[in-house]
Design a protein around this ligand. Structure first.
Ligand code: FMN
Length: 190
C-alpha cells in the first residue's frame, strides 16, 4: 500500500494538520505507513495555461511538482487536506491541483488512460470556520475533479465546520475519532 497525505494548509499545527495526523495514526494502526507532504513547504509554480501539456503530456515547469507527479503515480491512496479559504481550497492546494492539468491532458486529450486503476482511492479532508450548508461545495468539486485527472476514485471525505482558532479541532473528539477511523479504513483497503 502506498499512501500519500497532502496537507494544503499553511498553518503549522492547524486544524487540517491535526486531522491529517489522526488519519495517519489510523493508517499506522492498520499496519501501514503513509507519506505526509506539506504543500506549503514546496515550490509549485502556478499553471500558466501555456498548453505544452496538451501535446506533450508533461509540464514545462521543473519544480517540486516534478517529484509529486512521481508520488501520485506510485500511490494507490491519496488524502488531500485543505481548510476552506473563501469557499474554496487554499492557494497552495490549488497550485498543486492546477498543475494536475498535465495528468488531465494525458488522460483526456492524449488517451493515456491506464486500465484497471479503480483500486486507486482518493479522500478529502477539510475544515471551515462557519456553519454554512454549502461551505464545502466548491472545494469538494475541485478535489473531486483533481482526483479524476489523477485517476483516483473519490472515496470519502472528512469535514469539520465551526473550527477557526488554530488547533480548535482537537477539542472536537468525535471528529478526531472519525479521522482515526478514516485512517483505519484507508489502511485496510487493499
Ligand atoms: C484567507 C482565509 C480565508 C478563509 N475563508 C473562509 C471561508 O470562506 N469560510 C469559512 O468558513 N472559513 C474561512 N476561513 C477560516 C479557515 O477555514 C479556518 O480558520 C480553518 O480552521 C483553518 O484551518 P487550518 O488551521 O488547517 O489552517 C478562512 C481563513 C483564511 C485565513
Amino acid at each position: 500500500m502506498n499512501i500519500l497525505i497532502l496537507n494544503g494548509s499553511p498553518r503549522k499545527r492547524g486544524n487540517t494538520d491535526l486531522l491529517l495526523e489522526k488519519i495517519e495514526e489510523g493508517v499506522h494502526r492498520a499496519g501501514q505507513r503513509a507519506e505526509h507532504v506539506n504543500l506549503a513547504h514546496l515550490s509549485i509554480h502556478p499553471c500558466t495555461g501555456c498548453g505544452h501539456c496538451e501535446t506533450e503530456g508533461v509540464c514545462i515547469f521543473k519544480d517540486d511538482m516534478t517529484l509529486l507527479y512521481q508520488k501520485i503515480e506510485a500511490a494507490n491512496r491519496i488524502v488531500i487536506g485543505s481548510p476552506i479559504y473563501f469557499y474554496g481550497v487554499t492557494a497552495q492546494t490549488k497550485a498543486f491541483i492546477d498543475r494536475c492539468q498535465a495528468l488531465w491532458c494525458r488522460k483526456y486529450l492524449l488517451g493515456e488512460i491506464k486500465p484497471e486503476r479503480d483500486y486507486r482511492r482518493g479522500y478529502m479532508v477539510s475544515v471551515a470556520a462557519t456553519d454554512g450548508g454549502k461551505i464545502f461545495d466548491g472545494a469538494r468539486l475541485t478535489v473531486r475533479y483533481a482526483f479524476d485527472a489523477m485517476e483516483f476514485t473519490y472515496s470519502g471525505e472528512l469535514l469539520a465546520q465551526g473550527v477557526d482558532v488554530k488547533g480548535a479541532v482537537a477539542e472536537r473528539t468525535e471528529i478526531m475519532e472519525k479521522a482515526v477511523q478514516m485512517g483505519l479504513e484507508i489502511g485496510r483497503k487493499a
